[in-house]
Design a binder for this molecule. Structure first.
Ligand code: DC
Length: 223
């Protein structure tokens, strides 16, 4: 029997180890890797370029309705395009986007614009011949793919996460973003009921990857 197309959801706060884990799964199982945080960052960068303020929700709604979203697949990773262009990594991870992204991500029109787009990534993964997709974010197991084959929730102590970001050479207000992401009304950051909850504070990334990979390998071995 052919292997099933698998959907893996990884949620968690900033610098909880989601990206490293998702990249490792994508390499091991030939899954398309989708970092939805970078999608919210790209939309935020586009809105900032247009001079739209997050406190002006009607203005955000109007602007978002006119932004054309597309996808490019580069290796095993999908990236979002805005009016046909990808936004440079330096801008996506820069201080202006870091400071604004959680405010824009709390606006229902922004989340609605990305909802169908994110679900459609499963079609793109299939069309490109991937064995599945691994999608990381804040609401993947709760809202985007509540029926995903596997749902994981990663967390770690704030000090350890700040240390990880600093080791990447990045300045990021992790605690403030987590507070905003967890307390918003629209799709707040929370562990999906029934998801596997992993505290990565005292685990190496290899150990996290091993824990997450185990049930997937078992499922594929049994397919
Ligand atoms: O994963 P990240 O730190 O790059 O995400 C940036 C922001 O995007 C995060 O602070 C909240 C928002 N986000 C979200 O609201 N929902 C997602 N699925 C992914 C990210």
């Amino acid at each position: 029997m052919p292997s099933p197309f698998l959907i893996v959801a990884i949620d968690g706060g900033a610098a909880a180890g989601k990206s490293t884990t998702a990249r490792a799964l994508s390499a091991r199982f030939h899954f398309l890797h989708i970092d939805t945080g970078s999608y919210y960052r790209a939309l935020t960068a586009a809105l900032l370029r247009l001079g739209v303020n997050a406190s002006d929700s009607a203005g955000v709604e109007r602007a978002v309705a006119n932004i054309a979203l597309g996808t490019v697949v580069d290796g095993r990773r999908a990236s979002i395009t805005i009016a046909g262009d990808t936004i440079p990594e330096a801008e996506l991870r820069g201080p202006a986007v870091n400071a604004a992204v959680s405010h824009f991500a709390a606006i229902p029109a922004v989340r609605a614009a990305l909802l169908a787009y994110q679900r459609d990534q499963a079609r793109i993964a299939r069309e490109h011949g991937f064995a599945g997709l691994v999608m990381e974010g804040r609401d993947i197991g709760t809202v985007i793919f509540p029926d995903a084959d596997f749902r994981f929730f990663l967390h770690a102590d704030p000090e350890e996460r700040a240390r990880r970001r600093a080791a990447e050479g990045q300045q990021d207000s992790i605690a403030e973003r987590d507070r905003l992401d967890s307390s918003r009304k629209a799709a707040p950051l929370l562990c999906p009921p029934g998801a596997t909850d992993i505290d990565s504070t005292f685990l190496s990334l290899e150990e996290v990857v091993a824990r997450v990979s185990e049930p997937i390998a078992a499922r594929l071995g049994a397919a």
